[in-house]
Design a protein around this ligand. Structure first.
Ligand code: IVH
Length: 449
C-alpha cells in the first residue's frame, strides 16, 4: 500500500510575502472550487500548497493573524440560508501511521477506547448539500457554503438520482451528503453542454458544483446524491434517540434516500482501527472500478456517545477523519495527438502530454479512445487538460480547462487518411451500452479497411 502514503511535495515557503501569496492562491482556488468554476490548481497542487502554508503558520505563529486556513473553504464560500446546525468539514490523514495517530488523539479526548467501534465509508468527491424533507416532500436543497450559511439550490430538485421528490412516508428531516456526477452522467453532461455550445466541465466535481449554482440553463443535467449523515428538522424527531452513525444512515435509507451504504464501496462497521485500515485498503483497491470519483475513505466513531464525548472543533469533528487517497487527477498540457492503427483496423488516438506525476507514476501519454471523443470534448492542441488515472487503468484525458486555453489554439486535427496505409477512412456508427445506469450512447469509430 505504498501508493496510499504518497504525498505531493511542495517547497517550503521562504518569506512572509511568499506566505501571503500562497494564502491568496488557496483562497482563489477555493473560490473556483466551491463556485463550480474550473480551478487554477488541481487538488494535489492545492493540498501541497496548503501543507506548505500550515508548516509556515506552525513555524511563524506571529505572522498569521490574517490566516484563512481555519475557515471552511478558506473563507471563500457563503450563502444566505442559515443551516440548522453547522455543516462541518473533515481533517485528513494520509498514511496508516497517521490514522493510528488520529485514534490515539480520539482516545485521549475520550479518556478510553471508542466503545462503539468505527464505521468506514467512501469519501465521495462531489459537493456537500443539506436536503430538507418536510412531510415527505423534498422542500429545499442548500449548499454547504461557509458551514453556517449556504445557497438555496432547490432548482436541481427532480434531477438528482437518490433524492426522491416524494417519500412514501410524511417524514421531516434533513439528509446531508454529497451531490456528484457519476462518470456516465459526467460524459453525458459534457455531450449536452457541447451540443449547446457551452464549454465542457473539466471534471465531475467541478461540473457538479457549477450545476448547483447555474439556475438558468436551457438544459437539465442528471446528478446523483448519497447521504453520509442526517439531522432532525423543525423539532420533529426523525432520528432514533442515541442512534449510531450506521443507524442514522439506515433510517435515511429506509426513508427512501440513497446513502453511502448503498454505494458499491459500502458502509462497514468494524471494532478496531486495524480493521478500519484494512477496509480503507479494500475501498482504495475498488476505486478504479467505481462508477463515481472518491478522493478518500471516511472513518467515524460509530456510537453517538463516543461522538458526543469527542466533540467538534471549529472546522471538523474530532470523531471522524478522512483518509485521503492519492490524487488521480492532474492538470497538464496536451502537446500533440498521435494516431495508431489497432489489430481490427480501428484508428486509436493517443494524447501526448507534458509529463505530470500522477498516482505514483509519471504520465506523458493518455488514451483518447476515438475521434468522436476528441470532438465531443472540444480538445485543442496546447490546451491544459485534466488527466485521470486510478489504479492500473490507462490514464485518460477528461476535458480541457477552457479558461487556460492559449490564444490561437486550433482544434485537434483528425486524420483524413489512414496513417498506416494511406487509405480511406470509414465512419460507421456503433451503438454501445456505455454505463451502469443503462444509458446508451452512440459512439462513432473510425476504421482503416
Ligand atoms: S462526514 C460531521 N462522510 O468531504 C462530518 N463527509 O473534506 C461531516 N464527504 O465536508 C462530513 N464523503 O462534504 C463525510 N462519507 C462522507 C463523505 C464526506 C464526502 C465530504 C463532505 C465534507 C468533505 C470534507
Amino acid at each position: 500500500m505504498t501508493a496510499l502514503s504518497a504525498v505531493e511535495a511542495h517547497p517550503a515557503l521562504s518569506s512572509t510575502t511568499a506566505y501571503e501569496t500562497a494564502l491568496a492562491q488557496l483562497r482563489e482556488a477555493s473560490r473556483a472550487y466551491y463556485g463550480g468554476e474550473n480551478s487554477p490548481m488541481d487538488d494535489a497542487s492545492y493540498d501541497a500548497l496548503r501543507r506548505a502554508v500550515l508548516a509556515w503558520e506552525a513555524a511563524h505563529p506571529h505572522t498569521t493573524a490574517g490566516s484563512t486556513t481555519g475557515l471552511v473553504a478558506d473563507g471563500a464560500a457563503g450563502g444566505d440560508i442559515p443551516h440548522t446546525t453547522r455543516l462541518l468539514s473533515l481533517d485528513n490523514v494520509f498514511s496508516p501511521e497517521q490514522l493510528s495517530g488520529w485514534e490515539a488523539s480520539l482516545k485521549r479526548r475520550l479518556g478510553r477506547d471508542a466503545e462503539g467501534g468505527f464505521t468506514v465509508e467512501p469519501k465521495l468527491d462531489g459537493a456537500a448539500v443539506a436536503a430538507r424533507y418536510r412531510d415527505g416532500r423534498l422542500a429545499q436543497i442548500i449548499t454547504r457554503g461557509d458551514g453556517t450559511h449556504g445557497e438555496d439550490v432547490s432548482h436541481v430538485i427532480g434531477s438528482v438520482h437518490g433524492l426522491p421528490e416524494q417519500l412514501d412516508r410524511p417524514l421531516t428531516f434533513e439528509a446531508r451528503g454529497e451531490i456528484l456526477f457519476t462518470q456516465a452522467q459526467f460524459d453525458t453532461a459534457n455531450e449536452v453542454r457541447t451540443a449547446h455550445g457551452a464549454p465542457p466541465f473539466a471534471n465531475p466535481r467541478n461540473g457538479a458544483a457549477g450545476t448547483l449554482r447555474a439556475k438558468d440553463r436551457p438544459y437539465r443535467l442528471e446528478l446523483t446524491f448519497w447521504a453520509y449523515g442526517a439531522v432532525d428538522l423543525d423539532d420533529e424527531s426523525f432520528l432514533p434517540v442515541g442512534a449510531s452513525h450506521a443507524e442514522v444512515l439506515a433510517a435515511v435509507g429506509e426513508a427512501g434516500v440513497q446513502t453511502t451504504a448503498r454505494t458499491p464501496a459500502g458502509l462497514h462497521v468494524v471494532s478496531t482501527i486495524a480493521e478500519a485500515q484494512a477496509k480503507v485498503e479494500e475501498i482504495a483497491a475498488m476505486r478504479a472500478g467505481l462508477p463515481f470519483g472518491i478522493d478518500g475513505v471516511v472513518i467515524k466513531a460509530d456510537s453517538a456517545t463516543d461522538q458526543g464525548a469527542a466533540g467538534v472543533g471549529s472546522r471538523f469533528p474530532y470523531w471522524a477523519i478522512a483518509y485521503k487517497l492519492p490524487a488521480v487527477e492532474r492538470q497538464t498540457v496536451l502537446t500533440d495527438v498521435v494516431w495508431e492503427v489497432g489489430r481490427t483496423g480501428v484508428l486509436a488516438p493517443t494524447a501526448v502530454l507534458a509529463p505530470v506525476d500522477l498516482d505514483g507514476s509519471t504520465v506523458s501519454r493518455a488514451t483518447l479512445h476515438n475521434p468522436a471523443d476528441i470532438t465531443r470534448r472540444g480538445l485543442h492542441l496546447g490546451d491544459t487538460v485534466t488527466v485521470y488515472k486510478a489504479g492500473d487503468i490507462i490514464p485518460r484525458v477528461q476535458a480541457p480547462v477552457i479558461e487556460l486555453r492559449p490564444q490561437g489554439a486550433v482544434p485537434v486535427p483528425l486524420p483524413t487518411e489512414c496513417p498506416h496505409c494511406g487509405g480511406e477512412i470509414d465512419f460507421p456508427v456503433k451503438s454501445v451500452c456505455s454505463d451502469w445506469l443503462n444509458l446508451c450512447a452512440p459512439v462513432s469509430i473510425t476504421q482503416c479497411h
